[in-house]
Design a protein around this ligand. Structure first.
Ligand code: IMP
Ligand code: MG
Length: 182
């Protein structure tokens, strides 16, 4: 596959997970979710905007069940380098999740603060169950442990972009996951 024309930052990018690797792992996650949720009523994928959009679009097509999709916009207040744990809902779910089996779809769990906020928030809405599916996990950075039910890849403490993940809102459209060097 030919590379997209990209901003200067791409010169300092190394490919961490290429298109084929992502596709294979997403298919495995989809198969596992299908197996785990078969026969369950009202399964809803709660897609966390914006970083999870590419992952969720691919994953949903690998889940062979009558799921529904909904979207939740979250914005975390950042200090220089990382989230402060203060999270704001910028776009709420369009429907109630009461009594539903929720699978949260995240791009990356870093400190865990965003996911902790989201879990607590979702629990107040009385879902039947909540599971978390994240494409990436950076365990070295954990500040609060949250139970991650499905993890695509565990990565080192490196800043990654692409396949939905951004650097200052850009590079989400890279088809692979890359590491920013230097
Ligand atoms: P948290 O630290 O687990 O709360 O993660 C907060 C958010 O920071 C994630 O949902 C991502 O949007 C973003 N984030 C964390 N690490 C990275 C990264 O390596 N690349 C791009 N975004 C990241
Ligand atoms: Mg995110």
């Amino acid at each position: 596959m030919s590379a997209l024309p990209l901003p200067t930052l791409s010169q300092n990018l190394d490919v961490l997970f290429d298109v084929n690797t992502l596709e294979r792992r997403v298919a495995e996650l989809g198969a596992q979710i299908t197996q785990d949720f078969v026969g369950r009523e009202s399964v809803v994928l709660v897609v966390v905007l914006k970083g999870s959009v590419m992952f969720a679009a691919d994953l949903a097509r690998k889940i062979d069940l009558p799921i529904t999709l909904d979207f939740l916009g979250l914005s975390s207040y950042q200090d220089a380098k990382e989230t402060t744990g203060v999270v704001r809902i910028t776009n709420d779910l369009s429907r109630s999740v009461e009594g539903k089996n929720v699978i949260v779809i995240e791009d990356i769990v870093d400190t865990g603060l965003t996911m902790k906020f989201l879990l607590e928030n979702l629990k107040t809405r009385n879902p039947a169950s909540v599971r978390i599916c994240t494409l990436l996990h950076k365990p070295a950075r954990t500040r609060v442990a949250v139970p991650l039910d499905y993890v695509g890849f565990t990565i080192e403490d490196e800043f990654v972009v692409g396949y939905g993940l951004d650097h200052a809102q850009k590079l989400r459209n890279l088809p692979y996951v890359g590491v920013v060097r230097g």
